[in-house]
Design a protein around this ligand. Structure first.
Ligand SMILES: NC(=O)c1ccc[n+]([C@@H]2O[C@H](COP(=O)([O-])OP(=O)(O)OC[C@H]3O[C@@H](n4cnc5c(N)ncnc54)[C@H](OP(=O)(O)O)[C@@H]3O)[C@@H](O)[C@H]2O)c1
Length: 255
């Protein structure tokens, strides 16, 4: 089948491209940059913020796996971006004859009132109510998330790190789950997935910093208000063992 991966050059999107190729699918990787993580996949320049390049990239596509991300913590901006981008994507996908849309979301977005999470909730709603049969799967933070946060929340030598309970999962495992879902029929909300054990994000970030040979001060940043309380109560975790996928963060980092 021909699969379009939006955000196909991102942390999880590139694993989705590689996994789909390994399963024998024809793959198109869509991003504003237009690159591809593998020469066997076609890279296409697509801007979900404007729709540029979208119709051409969807030509002949059977299934879309949406792994695009917008960098914001502002609720209004996140809701606007995900609503508009997902509406654009579902309408263009319908017009192109796409049969299935698979969307990657985040565990706990309906219980943890963070601005970005409000955007993800809007994205889920548009996808599930849209004109193309859809599957939405929520995953916990990736093993790669600690490194992403180190890069994003740096003030000179100081790294600010949310003091979060996490249950990280390898992005490659999330990619496997997404391709499995893409190969089946649309099922609406799928079961949540997460990693094998609970961790503390600042500890993971320190381990990544050490592995990178980096220096600097890492300061855990408590998340205030209702979002902090919900996170501390475990709203971002996947307690059901059937939703937990290895490897552990320590094994992943070692290899
Ligand atoms: N990171 C986590 O721990 C985590 C956990 C659970 C779920 N998720 C979800 O997984 C998805 C991917 O996250 P990620 O961490 O892999 O993101 P990422 O590494 O930041 O990658 C984002 C991808 O989206 C593309 N993109 C950004 N803006 C775009 C636009 N306007 N039009 C088209 N493509 C665009 C980027 O390429 P260009 O910049 O070249 O456009 C890139 O390929 C997100 O929906 C996120 O909510 C993430």
């Amino acid at each position: 089948m021909r699969i379009l991966v939006t955000g196909g050059t991102g942390v999880v999107g590139r694993h989705v491209v590689l996994t789909a190729l390994a399963r024998g699918h024809e793959v198109v990787a869509a991003s504003r940059g237009g690159g591809s993580p593998d020469p066997r996949a076609t890279g296409r320049r697509v801007d979900l913020g404007t729709g540029d390049g979208l119709a051409a990239a969807l030509d002949g596509v059977d299934t879309v796996i949406d792994c695009a991300h917008v960098q914001t913590t502002n609720a209004a901006k996140a809701v606007r971006w995900f609503t508009e981008a997902t509406t654009r994507l579902t309408n263009a996908a319908k017009a192109a004859g796409v049969r299935h849309l698979v969307v990657l979301s985040i565990v706990g977005i309906d219980r943890i009132p963070l601005g970005y999470y409000k955007g993800k909730l809007a994205q889920e709603k548009v996808a599930l109510e849209g004109p193309v049969p859809a599957t939405v799967v929520r995953a916990t933070q990736f093993h790669e998330f600690a490194g992403q946060m180190l890069d994003r929340m740096r003030l000179g030598p100081v790294h600010l790190m949310p003091a979060m309970r996490v249950q990280p999962i390898a992005a490659a495992e999330v990619a496997t789950a997404l391709v499995d879902l893409a190969e089946g029929p649309a099922t609406g909300r799928a079961d949540d997935i997460g990693g094998p054990s609970e961790e503390y994000l600042p500890d993971l970030a320190r381990a990544v910093l050490k592995k990178r040979g980096g220096r600097g001060l890492l300061i855990p940043l408590p998340i205030p208000g209702a979002a902090g309380r919900a996170g501390r109560a475990g709203a971002g975790l996947v307690p059901d063992p059937s939703g937990q996928r290895g490897p552990s963060f320590a094994d992943w980092l070692a290899h």
